[in-house]
Design a binder for this molecule. Structure first.
Ligand code: IPD
Ligand code: CA
Ligand code: CA
Length: 306
């Protein structure tokens, strides 16, 4: 991050060291370098359940990040995907996804990242209330792309300011989404994937929610939605999007909370249209029929006969 410290951020960030983002970037880069080594060597895949994969790389990176964050910010809490639950009563809390995009990683598909998001929870914050997101760092080690955001100071990619796109209608938008790796049969997202595909330039499903959010911030996609995410997937990316001028809510357009699970992030310009479409679809309207495979085959043989 570059530039001077925003006065509001300085007052509100309490005991935060002014260089804490630089330190966080160093930690994300070190973890990313480790992931890059594992990726080149290849790793065994284990199952956490269903199609939910985990590897030695996830665990090693979380261990490293936990150690480095604890050294750098001894009083801060850490909430990590691979089980870290340290000092959660503290005023500051890091949400850590040591490897977002594990399925990609395990298959040699080079789209994954390290995601570190910092929440400030001033004393007295009720357990069921969010604090304020202070910083977000998402590092893609394969492209050496570092996305950073500091509350009140904008978002950057490799040190240069980024902004969300200017698209003003869904019909001219490129979108992104993801699908859960647990209880996949319960997810209705394929309907949304279908409908949004028909109404936009297309929907990408690249396999890393934190990078999807970073791409909204950088204007590479105009919006991203997903069911069933966790705070370690979203904390850093939310701040990237909002600091880059975008909007983050739940599917009903209500303020997003870290426990919301359902996330809709956009450039702001197409947000209302997306929220309207979600409402229509949840009410059973605006659903174009999907041709069933037998119908497709029948239609093909009909075409040949004619
Ligand atoms: C997953 C990725 C993926 C999303 C899944 C997440 P993981 O995280 O972000 O894009 O669709 O819902 O669980 O398991 O690779 O850290
Ligand atoms: Ca994740
Ligand atoms: Ca992960």
């Amino acid at each position: 991050m570059s530039g001077s410290v925003h006065p509001a951020a300085q007052v509100d960030s309490g005991s935060l060291d002014p260089d804490f983002v630089a330190k966080t970037v160093e930690i994300a880069r070190e973890a990313g370098a480790r992931l890059r080594e594992f990726f080149r060597e290849g790793v065994e895949t284990e199952y956490k359940g269903d199609a939910d994969l985990v590897t030695v790389a996830d665990r090693t990176a979380e261990k490293l990040i936990r150690m480095r964050l604890s050294e750098a910010f001894p009083g801060h809490g850490i909430y990590g995907e691979e089980g870290t639950r340290d000092r959660l009563e503290g005023e500051y809390r890091w949400y850590v996804d040591p490897l977002d995009g594990t399925t990609n990683f395990a298959h040699g598909f080079p789209q994954f990242c390290v995601s570190l998001g910092l929440e400030h929870r001033p004393p007295g914050t009720a357990p069921d209330r969010d604090g304020t997101l202070e910083a977000g760092v998402v590092y893609d080690p394969m492209r050496d792309e570092l996305f950073t955001a500091r509350r009140g100071q904008g978002a950057e990619l490799n040190g240069k300011p980024i902004r969300v796109s200017r698209a003003s209608q869904l019909a001219e938008a490129l979108l992104a989404t993801g699908f859960p790796s647990r209880k996949r049969h319960l997810s209705p997202n394929i309907h949304f994937y279908h409908e949004f595909t028909l109404r936009s330039h297309g929907v990408r499903r690249a396999g890393s929610a934190a990078l999807d959010l970073a791409y909204v911030a950088a204007g590479r996609v105009d919006a991203f939605w997903e069911f069933n995410l966790n705070p370690w997937d979203t904390a850093a990316g939310i701040l990237l999007v909002t600091e880059a001028g975008g909007k983050v809510t739940d599917f009903a357009g209500q303020p997003y909370r870290l426990e919301s699970r359902e996330i809709l992030a956009s450039n702001g310009g197409i947000h209302a249209e997306l929220v309207h479409l979600f409402a229509e679809m949840f009410a059973g309207r605006a659903l174009a029929p999907i041709p069933a495979p037998p119908d497709y085959v029948r239609q093909l043989s009909g075409d040949k006969g004619s």
